[in-house]
Ligand binder design. Structure first.
Ligand code: C2E
Ligand code: CA
Ligand code: CA
Length: 731
């Protein structure tokens, strides 16, 4: 039963519509009203021309008074023309924000004034003319009626002007006026249809005008079905009733008719058509309503997905940027009181890894909600992953961020998360929010991994470093193509003999503007923007070329270690790229060592595992870089088979005074030996360190003690001078 009444309510349009759906239907109606206005204008202009040619000109030529004739034969058409024109223009200047735009404002002023003028002219004509055909009493009655009509019309004109002025000055919405326009236009249409068809009917003609007008109202405008049914019902049966008041009008009464000698009772053909017309029109209205509503729903879904972040329901980054751009343009008062925030969650990755994606999503949803609750009517969006962006006032910012941090901190008792937020203070109304967010994000990165620091503001001192980063991102292709990226080589020696057994290729960016840039200035940013593979490919190629040149020149050569970023395995087919360069320069494979840093191996990334296996199968030696710098060093040793383990340089700090550190490094080397991996210790700076490492059995050493990274030529200079002796056993 409930289902039945539910679906009946649905058919009749009693369902609750969302604001979006209502607005969508309203938009469509306003658009239709502008078409309707246009048609009325055309019709009325046509009627005026017809009246001028058929009535006014002949009567004028016969000696009539031109002004009087004009008023007599055109006055009602002017009124309709005025209404049609007003409706058309008012609806044409419609904006979604419903503000009284300039176009609408002028339309209202003109139409209101025209309405007042119209009544003024008509009353002038009516009251200066004396009629001798009617009695004084009749004349008085008619005058009173006319005065009332003219006063009424005049008041309407004046109200329109006053209303327009008032709303325009206050920059208010005029949605009420839109409804007034729609409703009054319908009434006028229907009244016109009834009026014309009524006289047609009694003139023995068809009631086409009435039918056309209901068709207009019914099909051009979309109402909820029950309203359509009501309007059409009242119109049809009202009109029918009016006709019935006169004898011999329409009738449902059966009539006797004789067909082939048989008397039959039939209903009038006209009557049936009349009812059928009503029913089909009502059905069409229902169908149009349904169709439009479905359209509205589809368009809403589309619009939603273009604007919303599907997980948190906040704005997505691109829509956020669009809105932020508008907001920034329209900021009034002190612009610098507004900030753009970039919020990042510290340790979210660990949470996601340990609790799973589903819990991770739940956390992000909760975080999105908390952010939008805390920042009230500010603009909030999600940039990507665990990164949120907000455009807000700087007042009370610290308290809000601290509150947010407390909530994030308490979210999981075991995995401690916190927030890092960078803010960028606006300088002017013309700033691009995307750049502001990028700066805020840059500031965030400076406090990343600093557990206690919740908030940092982007300032002038960051600006230079920030620009350098931008420069790197924008110029990586230039740098690669123009040879600004060069490998420097740092010696690797045997710990027992001190003889050169290899070198590590370390990238340097020789920039025409900034001079020499070091890896910490470009490697992290290139990784962040997923451009690192361009640099690495270039270094691989330069290293191979350098080797080929040395071989061709008959110089001694040692193996070169190449650094692979984890992203190289995502962004290119790293193994194939390397192998084809090695083939291109005809380099023996044992002259290339592949370094993969321990932090690249923390989670199980199949592509990387496969690539590392392939690299070893192809015949390259695989080295584990920065061993001991991460969280799961021992697991890495357990899960992968490396040829050489490079022990991170931090184990060497304070080695001389710290017994424990010595024991630890000793154990690491023993352990590596037991699992058949060779060892190298990085960052060796003193003779004592070198001696100790040799004693405990570390095979290779690398560090400033044996040489800093230098260009190829300087390395050969040192070899030529005898400062470095090339070992004849390099593997
Ligand atoms: P890494 O691979 O661990 O390289 C060793 C870094 O330690 C080098 O810094 C080197 O100059 C420095 N170093 C060597 N011996 C000593 C020493 O005795 N004392 C001290 N204090 N430092 C020493 P660099 O060249 O600045 O490179 C830094 C990091 O940048 C490298 O760390 C590597 O992770 C990355 N990197 C360098 N070149 C490339 C490259 O071509 N591709 C990729 N993906 N990463 C690179
Ligand atoms: Ca390395
Ligand atoms: Ca290293």
């Amino acid at each position: 039963m409930d289902k039945l009444s539910g679906s009946l309510a649905g058919i009749l349009g009693f369902e609750k519509l969302s604001k979006y759906e209502k607005d969508y239907l309203h938009d469509a109606n306003i658009r239709s009203c502008s078409y309707m206005g246009f048609i009325v204008v055309l019709l009325e202009v046509w009627m005026l021309i017809r009246q001028i040619y058929s009535k006014i000109i002949p009567k004028y030529q016969a000696g009539g008074d031109l002004f009087g004739l004009f008023v007599k034969y055109t006055s009602k058409y002017w009124l309709f023309l005025l209404i049609g024109l007003g409706l058309m223009l008012f609806c044409l200047f419609y904006q979604r924000d419903r503000k009284l735009s300039k176009g609408r404002f002028i339309t209202l002023l003109v139409i209101g004034t025209a309405c007042m003028l119209y009544t003024a002219v008509l009353s002038l004509e009516a009251f200066t003319k004396t009629s001798d055909t009617i009695t004084p009493v009749m004349a008085a009655v008619m005058n009173t009626m006319l005065v009332s009509i003219y006063v009424f019309l005049f008041v309407i004109g004046a109200s329109i002007v006053a209303y327009a002025l008032l709303k325009y000055l206050k920059n208010r919405n005029v949605v009420a006026l839109e409804y007034v326009a729609i409703i009054s236009f319908n009434l006028v249409c229907l009244a016109f249809g009834v009026f014309v068809s009524y006289s047609d009917f009694w003139g023995g003609k068809e009631i086409i005008c009435f039918l056309t007008m209901v068709l207009y109202v019914g099909c051009l405008l979309i109402y909820r079905p029950y309203i359509s049914a009501l309007i059409l019902g009242v119109s049809f049966f009202g009109f029918y009733h009016i006709l019935l008041t006169f004898q011999g009008g329409l009738t449902f009464a059966k009539q006797d008719i004789v067909i082939s000698g048989v008397t039959k009772q039939i209903t009038s053909g006209d009557t049936v058509n009349y009812i059928t017309f009503f029913i089909s029109l009502t059905t069409i209205c229902f169908a149009i309503y349904r169709g439009r509503l479905n359209e509205a729903r589809k368009s809403k879904a589309l619009e939603k997905s273009a604007k919303e972040d599907s997980l948190t329901g906040l704005y997505n980054y691109s829509y956020f940027s669009e809105l932020a751009e508008d907001s920034i343009r329209n900021l009034t008062g002190d612009v610098s009181e507004n900030v753009l925030l970039f919020i990042d969650v510290h340790n979210f990755k660990a949470f996601n890894d340990q609790r799973g994606f589903e819990e991770g999503d739940k956390f992000l949803i909760a975080l999105g909600k908390t952010i939008s609750d805390l920042f009230g009517d500010s603009l909030c969006g999600r940039q990507a992953d665990d990164h949120f962006v907000v455009l807000t006032k700087s007042e009370g910012l610290t308290e809000k961020l601290n509150a947010l941090n407390d909530l994030v901190h308490d979210y999981d008792k075991e995995i401690l998360m916190s927030i890092n937020c960078g803010s960028y203070r606006l300088n002017s109304n013309t700033e691009d929010p995307r750049i502001c967010i990028d700066r805020a994000r840059y500031a965030t990165q400076l406090i990343k991994n600093r557990f206690q620091t919740v908030h940092v503001e982007y300032d002038k001192t960051m600006s230079e470093a920030y620009h350098k980063r931008l420069y790197v991102i924008n110029n990586i292709d230039n740098a690669v193509n123009n040879g600004w990226i060069v490998p420097f080589y740092q010696p690797v020696v045997w710990s027992d003999t001190g003889e050169l057994c290899g070198c590590e290729a370390l990238a340097r960016w020789m920039d025409p503007v900034y001079g020499q840039l070091f890896p910490n200035e470009f490697i992290p940013v290139l990784e962040e923007y997923r451009l690192i593979h361009k640099l690495d490919k270039s270094i691989f190629e330069s290293a191979c070329r350098d080797l080929r040149e040395a071989i061709d020149a008959g110089k001694p050569v040692v193996p070169v270690s190449l650094n692979f970023s984890r992203l190289d395995f995502e962004l290119m087919d790293a193994a194939t790229e390397l192998d084809s360069l090695v083939a291109k320069y005809r380099i023996p494979k044992d002259l290339i060592h592949v370094e993969v840093t321990e932090s690249a191996l923390t989670d199980n990334f199949t592509k990387l595992n496969e690539a590392m296996n392939r690299i070893q199968e192809m015949g390259y030696s695989l080295w584990l870089d920065d061993f001991g710098s991460g969280y799961s060093s021992l697991n890495v040793l357990k899960d992968y088979q490396f040829d050489v383990v490079k022990i991170d340089m931090r184990f060497l700090s304070n080695l001389e005074n710290n017994e424990k550190a010595r024991t630890l490094i000793d154990c690491i080397i023993q352990m590596a030996n037991r699992i058949h991996m060779l060892t190298l210790t990085e960052g060796v700076e003193t003779e004592k360190q070198a001696e100790f490492l040799n004693q405990i059995g570390c095979g290779r050493l690398q560090g400033y003690l044996f040489g800093k990274p230098v260009p190829k030529a300087s390395l050969y200079e040192r070899i030529d001078k005898g400062e470095l002796t090339v070992s004849d056993k390099c593997l």
